[in-house]
Write a protein that binds this ligand. Sequence first.
Ligand code: FMN
Length: 320
Amino acid sequence: MTQSPPRIGGQDVESWGDPEDPIVLLIGRPDALFGDWRRSVRALTEAGRHVLIAPAFDRADDPTGQLRRLLTDLPSRPALICAEASLPSVIPALQVTGAALASCLVISASDAPVQSPPDPAALDLPVRLMARDDGADTSEAEDALIGFLERHAPREALHYHAGSDPRTLRDALGCFATGVTVVTTLDEEGQPIGLTANSFSSVSLDPPLILFCLARSSANVERFRQAAHFAINVLHIGQQPTSGAFARPGDRFQDVAWEAWDTGAPILSGALASFECATDQIVEAGDHLVFIGRVTRARFEPRRDPLLYFRGKYRRLHFS
Ligand SMILES: Cc1cc2nc3c(=O)[nH]c(=O)nc-3n(C[C@H](O)[C@H](O)[C@H](O)COP(=O)(O)O)c2cc1C
């Protein structure tokens, strides 16, 4: 079942199971992860997982750097299993862009207490602590592990059919990575209003048209309908707090600097790009309204990175 170890990311990696299956990467010696590691690896391959083992991880000079190289070299994002004792090397490798490198992390609890292990809760990916069961019957622990993997690193593509689980449709739509914008206008009393929206799209260059979709449930729907103008502000990577503030109730303009151009619609200072628009069409579309705007003025900042949104989470550009 095992092939001679290939080198991936500069490490010898043992391979078990069908390389076409989704990868589960065991970090470190497998006998430090499972009571009966051969049995657990067999259970994983029988459950349709391709198990890779990087046994020399803990002996590497720079385990954090080695793990990042290994993860970057793999053909798909693996589920990771590591020992609690390896967390000081594993967690730094997954900070910031962890969700781009791995689908989930399973931590095998140590027999011996680990001195102040780093907290994996801050990681941007699902984490599960697994008891290291040294008893004869480990099937319950294996079932729980395989169930966790099925939820967070599904083997099969998920399907939506009209009328079935709307959550699956949302998840399918969430596979389209977007930027994040704050859409603004002035109400009838001249007060600034705005909300976070990722439904922004360019529509036409000639004439210059863009759109965003506003939920009918928005508290601001009538104000946007009445306004003759709106602005779309594309957020940069440092503006995640602004995105959060404009998606919550409260005084959204309290902590942001903004200016007015020709129409008064708030232009957020420092936004990656801003578009001032005259409302051109409002199209009724199910539970949303599509606002199409004719761009009258735009500005962009050429150097900064965008704030991204993908699968329900904020992301950053990641090239390496
Ligand atoms: C990343 C992100 C993107 C969003 N995109 C939209 C969107 O395109 N359209 C929309 O109506 N609401 C969107 N929302 C939700 C609104 O920002 C949120 O419901 C807000 O509270 C609405 O405020 P309002 O009811 O005061 O208008 C998004 C929220 C987030 C965090």
